[in-house]
Ligand binder design. Sequence first.
Ligand code: FAD
Length: 505
Amino acid sequence: MHQDTLHIVILGGGTAGWMTANLMAARWKDKNIHLTLVESPDVAVVGVGEGSTPSMQNFFQEIGVAESEWMPECSATYKNGITFEGWSSMPGFEAYCHPFPSQMDTFTFPQFETNCQLRRHHFDVDTHPDRFFLGAYLSQNSKSPKANYAFPFDHPHGYHFDAGLLGKFLRKKAMQRKVKYVQQHVERVIQRENGDIASIEFRDGGTLEGDVFVDCTGFSALLMQKTLKVPYIALDDVLFNDTAVVVSTPVDMKHLPSETRCTALKYGWVWDIPLTSRTGNGYVFSSRYCTLDNAETELRQHLGLLDADVECRSVKWKQGRLQKGWTHNCLAVGLSQGFLEPIEAMSLHLVYCSIGHFITEFEKGKFTTQYQNEYNRLIDSAFDSVTDYIVAHYRLNSRRDTEYWKDNAANPHISNAFRAIVASWMGASQNSLADALKRYDTSHYFPLTSWLILFAGYGVFPAQAQAQPLQAGMQSTDMQALDNFIKRCASNFDTHQATVSAYHS
Ligand SMILES: Cc1cc2nc3c(=O)[nH]c(=O)nc-3n(C[C@H](O)[C@H](O)[C@H](O)COP(=O)(O)OP(=O)(O)OC[C@H]3O[C@@H](n4cnc5c(N)ncnc54)[C@H](O)[C@@H]3O)c2cc1C
């Protein structure tokens, strides 16, 4: 450290701000680093973002908080994965589940891959991903992802939670770790001659100085965009959705789902996230194709709420990311850093990775900006990989019922990596799908398994006149034996409702 103590100011008390505070406090507990989090009493948190990937398991482990402690306080439930429904019009492919990777996949993935390769060569074999993954079976049968003690395999899971309650919980935990909390609206930011941020000024008077600032001010990006003028790379020609209309409905605790459902509608898709207190629903759509009123009507129709006396609210955004997520003495985390539509629920995953990478690079550079470029390269690559996987949903589905879906399918704004991935799968290039992912270094966030599940889930294979029966001597997967294997593994998992009730009682 170039000085005795370091003062880090985190500006913003949404999920990103409090995750940053907790992780830095935990990782640097033995260092002379003081953390202050400043939050405006007047600017509300975005209040959405209720589904996670398994990275949230790692986050809670790192900050030393057990599920039995945080889950009941945040109305949280478990998540095996996401089921996509209504995206494909191909018979037999009306829905598929994308489960989280599990150690169990080592047994069933090779069989899935074999069948997919046979199908790519036009042989008539089963390739629906739901038949091959334990996580998909658990999802479909509303089972918990927590195995009983005797089950010897690692089976990671995500969560669903109330974003507002999670923020409060994380605030409590951070304050227990001596993070100072200041409720003040920041009106002005003072810079040094070299452009670094020197201090922030409060509306009520008073100034706070810091050595490092973390911009967690959400879409307003007060430090990064408004002060440091870091350019924003807009992605609205790549990903069309820019609005969500959101409403809660009651949850059926007797049949508590253990997955997020993601159902395609006319101009986008609806999430359906079960908490213990309610079900969160939101229609993510493009305002270029549909008005807010029409979207609300379509959402109400979808949920059977046309005449119900419940209020919907809406959220708007601009998809994209900062050109540099760490610049001068300022790091952006959360919505201030960038936003990609929530179909894969990756934002908090990116928050977790960003803080982790920052801590590593900052320490490596002895608490200087020496490895800033390395950090920015890692984060750009993360955003690009996630963008490609999201784009894949819009390019590979077979819905064509509105201009929205037709324009998405024909959208020419796709990356070279995505072009190479599709070409490899469709047989238009010599490279295998694994080669394409490796060449573009794009498999950290969505590995080969995820891409295979997506292609096979939408029933996308190289075009053929007619599927051929297998020839003598060719081996495909024994589907009955596989069903049996997965069912027997699943008998080690209780119902989701039972597992969650045990915590919440
Ligand atoms: C429709 C939608 C659905 C989403 N779904 C998911 C999902 O399923 N999974 C997922 O991981 N993510 C999801 N996200 C993203 C997720 O909501 C965010 O990543 C997460 O909530 C973090 O937000 P934040 O903390 O960056 O910003 P915010 O929650 O907006 O917090 C901003 C903070 O900055 C403070 N602030 C602002 N200006 C000032 C000022 N001048 N002075 C002082 N303080 C200030 C505010 O008071 C507030 O505390 C979704 C986002 C949207 C829009």
